[in-house]
Design a protein. Structure first.
Length: 333
């Protein structure tokens, strides 16, 4: 791919069962910033069997162009099929920049495209900007256990690529009046070239349990909760506020909570409207995953706990007294 001819910022709109995941829509906001900085177009790449919802949302979240690739073979993600589509599109359109969500599938796809195109990919980014003089995207990601933020450039090859954490960026404003150019591409991948097959999906969460990235309110607990059973009081608070329960890594390591509920550098990055940190000390690796929350409420019996440095409201006291009192008060309203 050539520096002289490459153009446009592409965002992969990952979908599951016909519905676009939030991360692709969040990346349209970042893609817009990069596209404006590079004076290029923002393009959404929609691949799937049922693509209507993803096309509609990509338009509402600001894409200038939407490339649509539809086929039975794209109903479920596979690196072979989706990778084939991307490589064919790249060959034809020569993109400057590609953004992909750092989901399980996005990490797989991003690395497959980068290796095939022999270009650079910065994984797990949490901030993006453009160096307008050189046209390089400045990819920022946590390094050395979250103690440093590294800024990485892909200055020798194109396209420049990055995967970005779900929840690290807010979705841009919706605009129902945006009318992007829709380009349908007839790309098919023969079944013989798809080496993996999805047999079944098994839900990781209980049926009535919300995913962390979908919740407006998250009530997280840490090592100070002392047992799996004690997370019941956090569930009560989450239920009364219409939210879900999260946790620190210490709670996962202790076997009290599943990894899918871990917030932080090696868990999920979340941006709920309200985040409760209950008996969590506020280690840098935890804070990296929740500091973008709207309002942060910390409950900790140690007044010197670092969590109070990022909290909007701090309550110094015993979580086993404060949380039940909060639940009682909220239920009485
Ligand atoms: P602690 O640090 O032990 O804190 C427990 C807190 O509970 C204390 O502040 C204590 O005062 C308070 N407490 C105790 N009893 C009560 C009570 N009754 N009422 C009120 N407060 C009470 N951590 C993450 O969370 N997410 C990550 O993604 C993550 N990734 C990591 C990646 C790497 C490479 C490394 C090295 C570490 C990572 N960690 C992560 C671990 C992180 O460094 C901390 O060890 C962890 O966050 C600590 O969890 P905690 O706050 O629950 O436990």
């Amino acid at each position: 791919m050539s520096f002289d001819t490459c153009k446009d910022v592409w965002v992969f709109i990952e979908s599951f069962q016909g519905q676009p995941k939030s991360v692709g829509l969040e990346l349209l906001g970042q893609g817009r910033k990069l596209a404006d900085g590079l004076k290029q177009k923002l393009c959404a790449i929609v691949i799937g069997k049922d693509v209507d919802a993803a096309v509609k949302e990509s338009a509402a979240y600001g894409a200038d162009k939407i490339y649509v690739i539809q086929g039975d073979e794209y109903e479920n993600y596979s690196a072979d099929a989706y990778g084939n589509v991307f490589l064919k599109l790249c060959e034809k359109y020569d993109p400057n920049t590609i953004l992909v969500g750092a989901t399980v599938n996005g990490r797989d796809l991003g690395s497959k495209i980068a290796v095939s195109l022999r270009t650079g990919l910065t994984a797990d980014c949490t901030a993006l900007s453009v160096d307008e003089d050189t046209g390089n995207v400045v990819w920022e990601r946590p390094a050395f256990g979250g103690n440093l933020y590294a800024q990485i450039l892909c200055s020798e090859t194109r396209p420049q690529m990055g995967t970005c954490r779900p929840g690290a960026f807010k979705k841009p404003e919706r605009n129902e009046n945006n009318q992007p150019e829709i380009i349908k591409e007839d790309i098919h991948t023969p079944e013989s070239e798809i080496r993996t097959k999805v047999l079944n999906f098994i839900k990781a969460c209980e049926d009535n349990d919300m995913r962390l990235d979908e919740a407006d309110v998250i009530v997280s607990g840490g090592r100070g909760m002392k047992s799996a059973e004690n997370f019941g009081i956090l569930k009560e608070l989450a239920d009364v506020l219409g939210g879900t329960v999260g946790c620190s890594r210490a709670a996962v390591d202790a076997g009290w909570m599943p990894q899918s509920k871990q917030v932080g550098q090696t868990g999920s990055t979340v941006t709920p409207k309200i985040y409760f940190a209950c008996a969590i000390s506020g280690a840098v690796q935890h804070v990296a995953g929740m500091s973008g929350s709207g309002t942060i409420v910390a409950i900790n019996k140690d007044e010197t706990a670092p969590i109070f440095e990022v909290a909007d409201y701090g309550i110094v006291g015993d979580v086993f007294e404060i949380v039940p009192a909060l639940v009682k008060e909220l239920k009485a309203k």
